[in-house]
Design a protein around this ligand. Structure first.
Ligand SMILES: Cc1cc2nc3c(=O)[nH]c(=O)nc-3n(C[C@H](O)[C@H](O)[C@H](O)COP(=O)(O)OP(=O)(O)OC[C@H]3O[C@@H](n4cnc5c(N)ncnc54)[C@H](O)[C@@H]3O)c2cc1C
Length: 372
């Protein structure tokens, strides 16, 4: 124990979906948690496709945040549509929900502010391991220290000295904009391949649609690339009415880190994985890996460091590895549109393959009932 300052059971860096989940579960289990987040409650929501898969829905229920799902539109299918009309429909065994990012962020922040045992730090922190095994977050007259650290700082964030490197990933950008629904109604989420990137449609409640463009980072502004892609995709345009508000742009996936846990530290969400949003699984993985990190941090607080490290590593791998391969496969096929067209037709025609892909897109159920 330090002679002065504060020693927390866990420091959670980042209050996005991954960090908020971890902090809420740890505080709910009676631990003293420090959460650091530089974004204010009034900052605009992160651009996001807004699709949430079954694994993420389950975590929201564990957190007692079911109200976010009320009024959210559910979808039971994700369709990949090629440039020349080939179509692969993946029916989901459990429905996903179109959860608007602003509503999700609001609910998570309100829960964090109400939870006993959580201390807010309104800024960035960087953790450094000390000789006694604890982590130093801030030096000075009132140092901040924690026995465990969960890094949930997103794609660009750091949060821990000597973070393990990421593997190779394509340099991509994403743009998101809400629209009124157009004359063609959507049966589920649609991902359209165009000559200028992918267009991702999520049907929202109240007659609106979320449009996201995902494509290569280039000299041209992402908003211009969105318009170019729209101009070449009449089927997408038919599903869209007038735009509501301005588009927001963001950098996309960075490859998973080579190591996602160590002695008392755990990476969650985009910090650990950073999958391309082509599969619409980023928020789901943030919620499930945030839950896994909380579970492992509890083990580490109890002194079971190795079990905590291996457990989190195994669960993150189970969430990420196959999905990363599927996303990379689809992206690689995108470089060869004729091949992608043929592959979509072929995959659609073979039910066993289609079922396997559905399971991959939906993700595993790796942590049932822990830390809840
Ligand atoms: C255009 C687009 C479309 C997408 N579509 C979908 C979709 O349809 N479905 C889906 O599931 N996902 C989608 N995603 C991905 C999804 O948005 C991310 O995977 C998700 O936000 C990851 O959550 P996170 O909690 O890991 O990180 P973030 O949401 O990025 O949160 C990280 C937080 O950490 C804070 N932070 C950074 N550094 C520090 C520090 N040193 N100390 C403290 N705090 C720090 C940041 O301010 C931030 O609030 C999309 C992304 C884009 C760009």
């Amino acid at each position: 124990m330090p002679r002065r300052g504060t020693l927390f059971d866990a420091a959670v860096l980042g209050a996005g979906p991954a960090g908020a989940t971890a902090a809420l579960l740890l505080a709910g289990a009676g631990h003293r948690v420090l959460i650091a987040e530089p974004r204010s409650a009034t900052a605009p929501p992160k651009p996001c496709g807004e699709g949430l898969m079954a694994g993420g829905v389950e975590v929201l229920r564990v957190l007692g945040l079911d109200q976010v799902l009320e009024g959210a539109r559910s979808f039971e299918q994700v369709s990949f549509i090629g440039r020349w009309g080939a179509r692969l429909d993946l029916p989901l065994p459990s429905p996903g929900f179109a959860v608007e990012r602003a509503a999700l962020d609001r609910a998570l922040r309100a829960a964090l502010e109400e939870a006993p045992g959580i201390t807010w730090f309104p800024g960035r922190l960087q953790a450094r391991k000390q000789a006694d095994g604890a982590f130093l977050l801030r030096e000075g007259a009132a140092p901040l220290r924690a026995r465990t650290v969960i890094v949930a700082t997103g794609l660009a964030g750091t949060g821990l000295t000597d973070l393990p490197p990421r593997g190779w990933a394509r340099q991509r950008m994403g743009v998101r904009r809400h629209h009124l629904a157009g004359p063609r109604s959507l049966a589920g989420v649609e991902v359209h391949s165009t000559a200028a990137g992918e267009l991702y449609l999520t049907p929202l409640s109240n007659g609106r649609v979320n449009l996201a463009w995902l494509g290569p980072r280039a000299c041209v502004r992402p908003e211009q690339q969105l318009e170019a892609a729209l101009a070449s995709a009449p089927l997408v345009a038919e599903a869209l009415g007038p735009a509501l508000g301005r588009a927001g742009a963001r950098r996309l996936g960075a490859a998973p880190r080579t190591q996602v846990a160590g002695a008392g530290w755990f990476l969650a969400g985009d910090s650990a994985a950073g999958l391309d949003p082509l599969l619409g699984a980023g928020v789901t993985i943030a919620l499930t890996t945030g839950r896994s990190a909380a579970y492992s941090a509890e083990l580490a607080i109890g002194g079971r460091l190795e079990a905590a490290r291996t457990g989190h590593t195994r669960r993150v791998r189970a969430e990420v590895r196959q999905r990363a391969r599927l996303a990379e496969g689809l992206l690689a096929l995108g470089d060869h549109p004729v091949l992608r067209e043929g592959a979509l037709r072929l995959l659609h025609a073979v039910p066993s393959v289609r079922d396997a892909l559905t399971r991959l897109a939906q993700g595993p159920r790796v942590l049932q009932g822990a830390s809840s």
